[in-house]
Design a protein around this ligand. Structure first.
Ligand code: FES
Length: 103
């Protein structure tokens, strides 16, 4: 479990990308809850850092695939794969992500 930033660093409706070892992780905050998924779109590898988050739906900036950041599900193509989801825990005011434990 790796602490990535303080809970106050990310507002509702915001995302950020951080690196844990060799893994790029997209952390999103929706309705006060934090979610972590892979940060690369499975369609063509675009970074999701510039993706637009509306509610729980994140749109890939390249070809507009849409993913649910809560569980990584692909809701709309052209991607036909989901995002990898990672376990998130809040510990002592910090968002912590476990890239070895998927959920
Ligand atoms: S790279 Fe994301 S939809 Fe094509």
């Amino acid at each position: 479990m790796t602490p990535v930033f303080p809970v106050s660093a990310l507002g509702d409706g915001e995302t950020t990308v951080c690196r844990i070892g060799t893994v790029e992780v997209l952390v999103s905050r929706v309705d006060g809850r934090y979610y972590a998924t892979s940060a690369r779109c499975p369609h063509a590898g675009q970074s999701l850092a510039g993706g637009r988050l509306q509610g729980c739906e994140l749109r890939c900036p390249l070809h507009a695939a849409v993913f649910d950041v809560r569980d990584g599900r692909c809701l709309r193509g052209p991607s036909d794969e989901d995002l990898q989801r990672y376990r998130v825990v809040i510990d002592q005011g910090r968002v912590c992500v476990d890239v070895d434990a998927t959920r």
